[in-house]
Design a binder for this molecule. Structure first.
Ligand code: MRU
Length: 361
């Protein structure tokens, strides 16, 4: 059975409550944009692609239960709700990219005379949103294939050699519509018989590695070991790590990449130990409007996520805490960015994406 973070059938959306994992698998209904915003903000759903998909589907569910007097009222409603969804969490760009795509489509449908009324426009918008769910899974499988190929070729070795791969945070089925990005690459290597071992970090303070990635690895029966975040240098020194692969919340035009806090230090360690460091992400995580990583807004989360574990206080009362949820890995520490269109070096990323966008217009 494959893990499914998002269950959707026309007009009905449920998400696996990731705050309860790994102890409980409970699906909760999302009946509109307000529910969608809360689920994203509280991290019941998290992971950049999953945030965009749940946000957009929450809009689809709400639209299906509403009626609109005319197309321009529908357009205004959609625009307002998309802006609201983008405010739920600031760092991941995927919801913003989805909102831009849906706004373009809304404007196009609004001025298209062959779309007779608001009802028809609504149905077409919902169909567009539903396509995103399917596309995310096929994009992730392509990322998995390109990533496996890139990691195998950078590791060299004999045709029979297998890789030992480290990942950080959770980028699997739980963070996407299915299959995953960085964890999808590990999944693809495993399916090819080319994975010797996967390592995942705990990913303090929110423990996405311990609670979610470890859960997915065990579920998939992938040979794997969890390490403390602070054990990565020791791991690279004392065991062979063939490569690191992580996801992304926002990739700036120059390739600087925001991802879960702790990613940057792993990239520094990888450079020191000569281990290739890959970022695996769909085009919807790339933000060409942001020139470099200094301009990425980093979400800061409450101290309680550091001071408490599973509701139990572990830090001394009264200590000050700084809890950035993400950090930025400079492009020059990144071997390649693996997308659904292939693996690109950070330096060639912007030109490649511009070409792809031109070709699709
Ligand atoms: O705070 P989270 O759990 O939403 O952070 C998630 C990450 O940093 C992931 O690595 C990233 O979103 C990529 S998910 C495919």
């Amino acid at each position: 059975m494959t893990l499914q973070a998002i269950k959707y059938s026309s007009g009905r959306l449920e998400i696996l409550d990731q705050l309860l994992l790994p102890h409980q698998s409970t699906y909760i209904p999302v009946s509109g944009v307000e529910d969608g915003w809360k689920a994203i903000h509280s991290m019941q759903v998290r992971g950049a692609p999953a945030i965009a998909i749940v946000g957009s589907l929450s809009l689809a569910v709400e639209l299906l239960t509403a009626t609109f007097d005319d197309k321009s009222i529908l357009r205004q409603e959609v625009e307002g709700k998309l802006n609201y969804l983008c405010s739920a969490r600031p760092t991941a760009v995927n919801m913003k990219i989805a909102a831009e795509e849906l706004t373009l489509e809304t404007n196009r449908l609004c001025s298209d005379d062959s779309v007779p009324n608001a009802e028809d426009m609504k149905k077409r918008l919902v169909a567009k949103i539903e396509e995103m769910l399917e596309k995310d899974i096929s994009d992730n499988k392509a990322i998995g294939d390109y990533g496996a190929k890139a990691m195998l070729s950078s590791a060299g070795g004999s045709p029979s050699s297998k890789l030992r791969v480290l990942t950080h945070c959770n980028t699997g089925s739980l963070a996407t519509a299915g299959y995953g990005t960085a964890l999808g690459v590990i999944r693809s290597l495993f399916a090819l018989g080319k994975l010797e071992h996967a390592y995942c970090t705990e990913t303090r303070p929110y423990n996405q590695g311990a609670r979610l990635t470890a859960y997915e690895l065990v579920h998939e029966k992938i040979p794997s070991t969890m390490v403390c975040d602070s054990a990565v240098s020791a791991l690279m020194k004392s065991k062979t790590v063939s490569g690191v692969v992580v996801g992304a919340d926002r990739i700036a035009a120059n390739g600087d990449t925001a991802n879960k806090i702790g990613t940057y230090q792993i990239a520094v360690l990888a450079k020191y130990h000569g281990v290739p460091f890959y970022v695996a992400a769909p085009l919807t995580s790339i933000d060409l409007d942001t020139a470099n990583g200094d301009r990425i807004v980093i979400e800061e989360r409450p101290a309680v996520e550091m001071t408490h574990v599973g509701g139990k206080q572990v830090a001394a009362s009264g200590i000050n805490c700084w809890n950035p949820a993400f950090d930025v890995t400079p492009a020059d520490l990144i071997t390649a960015i693996i997308t659904e269109h292939g693996a690109f070096s950070p330096a060639e990323l912007a030109a490649k994406i511009a070409n792809l966008t031109e070709a699709s217009v």
